[in-house]
Design a protein around this ligand. Structure first.
Ligand code: ZN
Ligand code: ZN
Ligand code: FE
Length: 741
């Protein structure tokens, strides 16, 4: 008989870990106690040495699926104290704060079975959940993670639920949000003016949806607008009401089989789609032509992730459009009163409930690349899972950029990237941003000792950092945008040593005050050198050229010495260019994409940032052709003029736009490889980090790494945070940590 102390580090709190340990302890005939600690849990067990060792051996393999064990430390041979049974000890007050919070988890198979079993007491109860599934992050007000400090605090458990909660054999043992029809929240259905209708709310919603109505449906992290996905006129109506011209909508499909009717679903995509994270997965459409839901080759598809969604689909609905309920770039609507007020005239009816959402969290969005998520948005189902950055430091708040804003807070070796915040361009989004920063600092009990932000003087995130730094006396570090991208991709891949970075995105404030975005950097967390770039493009009218992309076409054609007759307003642009009036220069890759999209006649007016690149990808056919790549100077410049001349020549010869689009992207891939090779020759570095919004383009994302590998280089793509500006905060944080150390 002896005692052992076992320290388990990782995400082992709020994921059903203690009940699991409890059961395992009993199975092995041991006795002892468990307590939450700052980095995980600590066990003290007593028994025979062989049994203790066997326990430690099997523990990782049998842990709950949500647990993430990073390290197990053991100390055998301690004197036994004569414990009996198993005790869950209260955590010390200061340790309570040091826990990790689980993300929201999609409905599990067991709960789904009970939900649809007429004999179960939770039959058709839309808030069924258990230790393995249900709301977490979005209902937590504060830590410790106890029912009283969640939205469920106002729903005292009935005797039946209470019994399950305390029964170690039960799969709802210590499940904080557990409830049933007797004691838990309820749904209600209201018409367009907020009048509650009698009858089964979910059945009413189903009838209204089938009849072609647009409904506001409260979900986990906010309210969706939903309607049938098979009625183009209805979807156009939704676009009009939501003031959303062309951006694709997401779909929710009843199950993978329903998704397969619309899209190709590989085994890897299916696994991500059905995982407990339940993200929106961008899948290739069977019919690639633009349709009312998506103008490009992909459909964003997710599966029902709450019991309410499961009931809503029933047996007969296949697919619904499910889009975040928000207006003109403000955050997603998440409160009942707010929904009724702001969505009046947009939604024909409301399916709401009385379990409050504490924290907004939009659906996550990803492709599946090499069997894993490749994020365009990392949010619901993933946040607030931290990333571990070994050797890094706590107490840093990285404030992100502007578009796809996020922030990242560090505590110890953990970095906590925030959920999707939105484009930080208006007061409401800023308020949401500031609230969430305060929420994270409270949840993770961290006050920053360093603030990191972008160098762009006009970003609201920069203003936030500077203002707060001055007010609270916290130092502020401003980091160049593309350096932060490089650092984000390095941190994402666990790299420390200097790296080559191909950082291609729309726009970022350069060290010379011009706008950058087609960069080849060499650097690490401490600093960087701008090794290469694009020949700058004059943005006729500044920001207007981001929308009116025919202005970019004009600039490219004019600089390349090609005819510009096809372009509207050409004489006006000519005057601007000649006078150099309001024509800031940009080396942004996104602008090159936009300009080429316009030259090919694919699009002349962009309705959202990056649309040119999206449509070029959608239009591209399979073709191996390539235009000339001219690199010269120091920093090495990609002179795109010969490429534009060759492209225009082929266009004028009548080659299809799809072929030209493919050749354009092939040229960029070729250029990227040449630039990285030049950087590698000079430095001996082989790692090439690929970051920036242009790497959402799946042709570039899949073919550039292949080409780099063939050239003997080691490509690194984003794996845990988004390649777009959402991922910037992680890079800022890592650069900040290097500064502190
Ligand atoms: Zn469950
Ligand atoms: Zn109950
Ligand atoms: Fe960027």
């Amino acid at each position: 008989m002896e005692a052992v102390q076992i320290r388990i580090h990782g995400i082992v709190q709020g994921v059903g870990f203690r009940p699991f340990v409890h059961r395992l302890v009993r199975e092995f005939g041991l006795a002892g106690s468990i307590r939450n600690t700052s980095s995980g849990v600590e066990l003290e067990l007593e028994g025979e040495r062989a049994a203790l060792e066997a326990f430690v051996r099997v523990l990782p393999g049998r842990a709950p699926k949500l647990a993430l064990i990073e390290q197990i430390e053991t100390e055998y041979g301690l004197p036994p104290r004569g414990c009996e049974g198993f005790q869950i000890l209260q955590s010390h007050a200061e340790q309570r704060r040091n826990t990790l919070v689980s993300p929201d988890i999609g409905i599990c198979d067991d709960c789904r079975r009970e939900l649809l079993n007429p004999g179960d007491r939770r039959y058709r109860y839309p808030f069924i959940n258990c230790t393995n599934c249900g709301p977490r992050f979005t209902i937590i007000q504060d830590l410790p993670y106890d029912r009283a400090l969640t939205s469920m605090g106002r729903f005292p458990m009935c005797p039946d639920c209470d019994r399950e909660y305390h029964d170690i054999e039960n799969r709802r043992y210590h499940a904080q949000p557990d409830a049933c029809p007797v004691c838990g929240p309820h749904v209600r259905f209201l018409d367009g003016v907020g009048q509650e209708l009698p009858g089964d709310p979910i059945e009413t919603a189903r009838e209204w949806l089938k009849a072609g109505k647009i409904l506001a449906i409260k979900g986990l992290g906010g309210v969706h607008l939903a309607c049938r996905a098979d009625d183009p006129a209805l979807i156009r109506e939704l676009r009009t009401r939501k003031e959303r011209d062309e951006k694709p909508f997401a779909l929710m499909c009843r199950d993978t089989a329903a998704a397969e009717k619309l899209c190709h679903v590989s085994a890897e995509e299916r696994a991500v789609l059905e995982s407990f994270h339940k993200p929106i997965v961008l899948l290739q459409k069977r019919d690639r032509r633009p349709d009312s839901v998506s103008e490009n080759g992909y459909l964003g598809v997710m599966l029902p992730y709450t019991p309410l969604h499961v009931l809503l689909f029933g047996e007969d609905l296949d697919a619904l459009v499910m889009t975040s309920a928000n207006l003109s770039d403000t955050p997603i609507v998440y409160r009942n009163e707010e929904a009724l007020e702001r969505l009046r005239g947009i939604a024909d009816g409301f399916l709401l409930h009385d379990r409050d959402i504490q924290t907004r969290c939009d659906d996550s969005l990803c492709w599946v690349v090499d069997g894993r998520e490749y994020f365009a948005r990392r949010s619901r189902g993933y946040v607030p899972f931290p990333l571990r950055l070994p050797g890094s430091q706590g107490g840093i708040l990285a404030c992100g950029a502007e578009q796809k804003a996020s922030f990242c807070l560090s505590r110890g070796e953990y970095a906590f990237p925030s959920q999707h915040i939105g484009d930080l361009k208006n007061a409401e989004t800023l308020e949401h941003y500031e609230q969430q920063i305060a929420h994270f600092e409270r949840l993770f009990d961290t006050k920053p000792r360093l603030l990191v932000c972008d160098k762009h003087p006009d970003y609201l995130s920069t203003a936030y950092a500077l203002e707060r730094g001055a007010r609270e006396g916290i130092p502020v570090l401003q980091v160049q945008h593309h350096h932060a991208h490089l650092a984000a991709c390095m941190a994402d891949n666990g790299l420390q040593d200097p790296c080559i970075g191909l950082i291609w995105d729309g726009v970022g404030y350069g060290d010379d005050g011009t706008s950058w975005g087609g960069e080849c950097l060499i650097g690490d967390f401490k600093g960087y050198e701008r090794f290469g770039s694009l020949r700058p493009i004059p943005l006729l009218g500044g920001d207007r050229a981001v929308k009116e992309i025919s202005r970019l076409a004009y600039a490219l054609l004019r600089e390349a010495g090609c005819a510009t007759d096809g372009i509207e307003n050409a004489p006006f642009y000519e005057k601007m260019l000649a006078a150099g009036l309001n024509c800031p220069l940009s080396s942004g890759m996104g602008r090159l994409f936009d300009g080429v999209a316009a030259i090919l006649g694919i699009k002349s007016l962009a309705s959202y940032e990056g649309q040119g690149a999206v449509l070029l990808e959608a239009a591209a056919e399979t073709d191996e052709g390539c235009y000339p790549v001219v690199l010269e100077g120091k920093p090495l410049r990609f002179d795109w003029r010969p490429m534009i001349r060759a492209l225009v020549k082929e266009r004028d010869a009548g080659l299809p736009a799809g072929v030209l689009a493919a050749r354009f992207m092939n040229t960029l891939i070729h250029m990227g490889v040449q630039m990285a090779l030049a950087a590698s020759r000079e430095t001996g570095i082989r790692d090439v980090a690929l970051s920036g919004g242009s790497f959402q383009n799946q042709v570039i994302l899949r073919r550039l790494p292949e080409a780099l590998r063939k050239a003997g280089l080691q490509p690194r793509i984003h794996r845990r945070v988004s390649c777009n500006d959402e991922g910037i905060s992680l890079g800022q944080l890592r650069i900040g940590a290097a500064k502190l150390s």
